[in-house]
Design a protein around this ligand. Structure first.
Ligand SMILES: [Zn+2]
Length: 387
């Protein structure tokens, strides 16, 4: 009986919880003060002294589109990637739901891209990248090893509808008609060829690709290729993304742009970014872009690349949209470089391209890097809107 009476009694939890809350609040307060003090001690400001920003509109030479195959786009996403949390985040970054894409077609994503860039005060146009897949022994698209496929036809057709979008082709050199595909891309307005060797299973150092590289030179199509670690997909072969493998196309005269300075990967015990920097002296046709270099997992690399003297004249502005519009890019990750006011005002910028440009500029990315993409690709762009 006694036990029952004890169990039925209401427990005095309220006071105990209040005590816990007060203690927690105290610790939080101490934590915040400690962080602020540490910030004061280690604050180092921007990576380079800030100069006058580029006053013309900027070309984003590294911009992705997505697609689920709706509206006859021919796009393809593996079941594995479609079920992966990353895919929903990518679509959300376009402001499109799977249901909307299913109903209105993948063309909707391209429309959203054009609209977003149209609304940007700083970026005037973008090169939108197709994405070829893995190719099987018969030269056909190997769907079992392809996570993400964005056909050239889709990107060429859709970018032609928007004056602020340009076509970036993607051709896997293992396709039996790879050379004809290059010609087709050029004839249809392609400004570059994009590779992601670690997921397309391309070895850039394979001498069998020589005719392909020679055709790229004839057509004056630069190669934008991913190097370094790849974590946007569910699996990747990072050894194929070693920048040293690019010596073959470089020696044949292909203009090679290494995406995001090969940041985050390593090969043979050396950081890929250092391997890339070591090649600059030998190859004047080697370039790199600053896309995605403000991601939280790449802290430090942007400082390294913009303060590296050997890379002067070779850095191009790119965004790597949609990644810039996800939680992996935030000004709050740069609390040792930016003032609270800067972090607040950049975080409040609605347009993802304007936010990206503002963040990179305030970290010290020089105006000539912002200007270089439009000059490199010969895309004429007007004056940026005054504030
Ligand atoms: Zn990219």
């Amino acid at each position: 009986m006694d036990t029952k009476t004890k169990l039925d009694e209401p427990r005095p939890t309220r006071g105990r919880w209040c005590c816990r809350c007060v203690r927690l609040a105290k610790w939080l307060g101490v934590g915040v003060l400690l962080l602020l003090a540490l910030r004061e001690v280690f604050f180092s400001g921007p990576y380079l002294p800030l100069a006058k920003p580029h006053d013309r509109l900027i070309l984003d030479m590294h911009c992705h589109v997505a697609g689920i195959g709706a509206g006859g786009s021919g796009c393809f996403v593996s079941k594995e990637l479609r079920n992966n949390f990353r895919f929903k985040i990518y679509l959300k970054a376009f402001g499109v739901t799977v249901a909307e894409a299913e109903e209105q077609g993948d063309q909707l994503l391209m429309e959203r891209l054009a609209k977003g860039i149209g609304e940007s005060q700083r970026v005037g146009a973008a090169i939108v990248l197709a994405m070829d897949g893995a190719v099987d022994a018969n030269g056909q698209l190997d769907r079992s090893r392809t996570e993400f496929y964005i056909p050239n036809e889709f990107v060429a057709t859709e970018t032609a509808k928007h004056s602020n979008l340009y076509f970036g082709a993607s051709v896997n050199p293992h396709r039996p008609d790879a050379i004809e595909r290059l010609q087709w891309a050029k004839d249809n307005g392609a400004l570059l060829v994009k590779w992601l060797p670690s997921i397309q299973f391309i070895n850039p150092a394979d001498p069998a690709h020589e005719p392909f590289y020679k055709k790229m030179v004839v057509l004056d199509l630069p190669l934008l290729t991913h190097a370094g670690q790849e974590r946007s997909f569910t699996h990747a072969r990072d050894d194929l993304a070693d920048p040293v493998r690019l010596k073959l196309p470089l020696s044949l005269g292909v203009k090679v742009i290494v995406a995001h300075a090969a940041s985050t990967g390593e090969n043979e015990g050396e950081e890929d970014i250092d391997r890339l920097i070591g090649m600059l002296g030998d190859y004047p046709n080697l370039y790199t872009d600053i896309s995605s270099m403000t991601q939280v997992n790449k802290l430090g690399y942007l400082r390294q690349i913009i303060t590296e003297k050997r890379i002067e004249g070779r850095l191009l502005y790119g965004s790597d949209f949609p990644l810039i519009n996800t939680a992996v890019v935030t000004p709050w990750a740069f609390s040792l470089n930016l003032t609270l006011k800067q972090m607040q005002s950049i975080g409040a910028i609605e347009n993802p391209w304007d936010r990206d440009v503002a963040l990179k500029e305030v970290l010290g990315v020089p105006a000539d890097v912002m200007a270089r993409s439009a000059n490199f690709f010969g895309v004429p762009l007007g004056q940026a809107a005054a504030d």
